[in-house]
Design a protein around this ligand. Structure first.
Ligand SMILES: Nc1ncnc2c1ncn2[C@@H]1O[C@H](COP(=O)(O)OP(=O)(O)OP(=O)(O)O)[C@@H](O)[C@H]1O
Length: 852
């Protein structure tokens, strides 16, 4: 069956029209035979009396026949007309014609319908002719007469005629859909000459033998007549034909009157005036298939109201019901704390974290050096030379090029190649190393294929690169109008666009690059962009610089932007031991921040600070405005070498958890080897920046792919954002520029000290750091704190914060005093401290002793 359908599908219309020879032969034979039969019958009817005697004398040459087809004609006439069905024999001849046309693939007749009609008349006509001629003549044939005679004897003459009339009537009603309304509408239509029009527009109307088809069309026209307002005159006839599925069913089914009837408008309503039920039928069918047409004036609508009284009653009833609509007022339910915060906001306004340094001025762009014209110059000779080199080289590897396009960036030109049809990118990818070797000039990087482009990219360094100055990117519209939380402008892309990323979203950055390749400049570019965008109250840096010289420039901004441990002399940490304490202190700060966020029901720092600004968080409960903290670690390899796991663990912990509380890490290293950038660290630093590294192994360590070893240095970098690798030219900011910025900030009024990180006391230095207890210096809340701790038996600083409504630092100091006095044990990591006094009575005695 499948084969058949396939065959059918593959046959073109022309092919299907070509007839095979047997087909032609048999088709024509049938048609010819039908003609012979018909002519024989006609001839027989004219001479049957004379010829009847000749029947059975077929082989007797002496007897001549008057039939135009001779004795054969006589024989046919005798067999079919006389001895069988009378003039209904013509239907037999006609059926031969139908079969002939079907064999010849002439779709003149619908075979099954034609056979159906023919059979009816083959049965009906002989009886009718038999009854009409009362057996005289040959018009009814022997069968016709005998059946008529038989029926006559059973049901009588009247009964016979009734049966004949009823059967022909039923035939017309069922087959041709003849009912009074359609006859009437047909007559109307004829009057309006629409049938003539429609038929003339139909392509094969002359071939349309079927009377029922014609009647169907008339029924459709009748429908289209009802919806004349919707069907423009210009709609061709085939549009009307499309309505065939809406054909009026043969059995006149009862169609319920739609309630939408009133909205139907028809200009022809007069033709249905006397038959409202019929109208309702047609209309509801229309509703099912066509959109309802709104009525402008109800008078123009159908006169069908009697058939739809419930609708009117309903409408009337609906009109009488009073219908009130009330819009519920939006009830703003404020709990006590919300009310209080609203009152505070009304009284003092939103909390402004910048107020402490209200007169602070952000550094102006002028502090950055103007390096002059940064427009990219196009060197046509260089472009041509590189192009020829690339085309020639790829030819050596049998890689044809269909198209080549160059995009000139600040330091490199990207040649995008569309390979010739048939050359697979995978094949070129295989050749990547060979091509790179052949294009051995430093800095060539092949990207096969270019992500999302289907081309191959070859990056070739320019002979005269254009420098990207920090000033140009900071002054750019893009940077000035950014809404990023921690905007970092790296430089420009290969297509000379300014590239920015949000450190808050990165959320931590791993940087690598061999010495002298631009890593320090890169860190300065990052810090500069943050300094140009963030107020000192919003951002604090924790700087770790084992090399001691790289970040020392920033010491001037200590009281504005830097954070340090309470006991640290300098904010920029250079001592490995202090680095460990600082990193752990950051972990404590992270935990504290999580506690604060949890108590404030906030998911992240931004939400928390917003709530705090709206005065919804009480500072007495330890809440405070939380600045972003950016930890910058230069020479990470050095730290790992000296402190190993002690550094790696807090870094990994911070990297894993700190993003939500606004602590972000920038970790830079010269040697991106696997023992420095361990799997644990790498997994938590999705954003990576690679300057030129020494080997492709290093490149793979930092970026998980080669390429960083092919860079040309001087700020040429690859940036991996977790999805794709981008080649960038890092913005250049020189040391004097950074100095100027630091000076500008440092000269302004700052905080009393650097932002103090929570104190972290390592287990082995417990006794040494918490000094001896001095009762004279004890905090005013010392005794209250001691009572809380002993009564709850929990040595927790955050509990003290909550209970005594203290800030973290004061609570921490009290806890240190409690430890020094021997009420609580030493710092116990994440766990609460041990409480050394078991009950309040003992405590009171202890406090009494202390007082004395
Ligand atoms: N973005 C840049 N644009 C132009 N030149 C740059 C850029 N970055 C660095 N350079 C040049 O490269 C030199 C070295 O840069 P940088 O000091 O940043 O290297 P480094 O990788 O930090 O080296 P080290 O690790 O030894 O400190 C700079 O003095 C400068 O001349």
């Amino acid at each position: 069956m499948d084969k058949k359908t396939q065959k059918k599908q593959t046959e073109t219309p022309e092919a299907s029209r070509i007839l095979s020879k047997p087909r032609i032969f048999f088709g024509l034979t049938f048609i010819l035979f039908s003609i012979i039969l018909a002519l024989s019958f006609i001839s027989y009817l004219m001479n049957w009396k004379a010829d009847q005697s000749q029947a059975g004398t077929m082989l007797d040459k002496s007897i001549k026949s008057s039939n135009i087809f001779g004795k054969a004609g006589d024989w046919f006439g005798n067999i079919f007309i006389f001895e069988s069905i009378g003039i209904a024999s013509f239907i037999i001849a006609f059926l031969f014609l139908v079969v002939g046309t079907l064999i010849l693939k002439k779709k003149m007749f619908k075979p099954w319908k034609t056979i159906g009609h023919s059979l009816f008349f083959i049965c009906w006509l002989p009886i009718f002719m038999g009854a009409l001629t009362k057996g005289q003549g040959v018009l009814g044939g022997v069968y016709g007469y005998q059946i008529m005679d038989y029926l006559n004897s059973i049901i009588g003459t009247v009964g016979l005629w009734t049966v004949l009339a009823a059967s022909i009537l039923l035939y017309f009603i069922l087959e041709f859909n003849l009912r009074p309304s359609s006859i009437k509408s047909k007559l109307n239509k004829i009057n309006e000459s629409t049938i003539g029009k429609v038929r003339s527009m139909m392509p094969d109307s002359d071939e349309d033998f079927e009377a029922d088809e014609e009647l169907k069309e008339e029924a459709e026209e009748e429908l289209s007549n009802i919806t004349v307002s919707e069907v423009p005159d210009s709609i061709p006839n085939n549009k009307i034909k499309e309505q065939e599925p809406v054909n009026v069913p043969k059995g006149f089914p009862e169609v319920p009157v739609s309630t939408n009837i009133e909205t139907i408008n028809t200009p022809n309503h007069t033709s249905f005036d006397d038959e409202p039920k019929e109208v309702a039928q047609s209309v509801s069918l229309n509703i099912a298939t066509k959109p309802v047409v709104p009525v402008s004036t109800p008078e123009e609508a159908f006169d069908i109201r009697p058939s739809t009284p419930p609708v009117q009653n309903n409408t009337a009833a609906q009109e009488n019901i009073k219908f009130n609509v009330e819009v519920a007022p939006v009830i703003d339910i404020l709990d006590d704390s919300d009310k209080k915060s609203q009152e505070l906001v009304e009284k003092h306004g939103l909390y402004d974290h910048k107020l402490d340094l209200a007169n602070f001025h952000m550094p102006p762009v002028d502090l950055l050096k103007d390096y002059g014209n940064e427009e990219i110059s196009i060197n046509k000779e260089e472009l041509e030379e590189n192009k020829n080199k690339i085309v020639g080289l790829l030819k050596n590897f049998n890689v044809g090029i269909a198209e080549i396009k160059a995009t000139i960036g600040p330091t490199v030109t990207l040649y995008e190649i569309v390979p010739e049809a048939g050359i697979r990118v995978a094949a070129i990818k295989k050749l990547q190393d060979d091509i790179a070797l052949n294009l051995s000039a430093l800095g060539i990087r092949i990207i096969a294929p270019m992500p999302g482009k289907g081309t191959i990219g070859i990056e070739v360094p320019r002979k005269n690169p254009t420098m990207v100055s920090m000033r140009s990117v900071i002054a750019s519209h893009k940077f000035q109008n950014t809404d990023m939380d921690l905007p970092v402008v790296f430089g420009k892309t290969i297509s000379n666009e300014i590239f920015m990323a949000d450190l808050a979203k990165m959320p931590h950055l791993l940087m690598a690059g061999a010495t002298g390749q631009g890593k320090s400049v890169g860190i300065n570019a990052i810090l500069t962009s943050l300094l140009y965008k963030k107020h000192p109250s919003e951002l604090k840096f924790v700087m770790v610089d084992p090399k001691k010289v790289e970040l020392s420039l920033y010491s001037k901004i200590e009281r504005h932007y830097l954070a340090k441990l309470p006991d640290a002399e300098e904010a920029i940490i250079t001592d490995t031991n202090k680095v460990i304490n600082t990193l752990n202190s950051l972990c404590v700060e992270m935990d504290t921040r999580y506690d604060l966020l949890k108590n404030a029901f906030c998911k992240n720092l931004k939400e928390y600070n917003k709530k705090f600004a709206e005065r919804k968080l009480n500072p007495e409960n330890g809440h405070r405005f939380l600045p972003y903290i950016v930890l910058v670690v230069d020479e990470f390899a050095d730290l790992i070498m000296t402190a190993g796991k002690e550094v790696e663990l807090p870094i990994a912990r911070l990297a894993q958890l700190a993003r939500a509380v606004g602590i972000h890490l920038i970790v830079a290293t010269q040697r991106p080897s696997v023992n420095v950038i361990t799997g644990m660290i790498k997994a938590n630093f999705p954003a990576r920046a690679a300057f030129r590294v020494i080997s492709s192994v290093d490149s793979r360590t930092i970026l998980d792919s080669p390429g960083a070893d092919q860079l040309i240095g001087k700020g040429d970098m690859l940036y991996f954002n977790g999805n794709e690798i981008l080649r960038l030219q890092c913005a250049f900011v020189d040391t004097p520029e950074v100095e100027r910025i630091a000076e500008y900030i440092g000269e302004q009024k700052g905080y009393a000290s650097a932002f103090l990180l929570p104190e972290y006391v390592s287990e082995d230095s417990n006794s040494s750091t918490v000094g001896a207890f001095d009762p004279n210096e004890k905090d005013a809340l010392f005794e209250d704190a001691a009572r809380i701790i002993v009564s709850t038996q929990q040595g927790s600083t955050s509990m003290l914060q909550r209970q005594l409504k203290l800030g973290y630092n004061r609570a921490g100091r009290i806890m240190d005093q409690l430890e020094a006095s021997g009420i609580v044990g030493g710092f116990n990591g994440a766990k609460a401290r041990e409480v050394l006094i078991s009950d309040l009575h003992s405590l009171e005695q202890f406090l009494e002793d202390l007082r004395n």
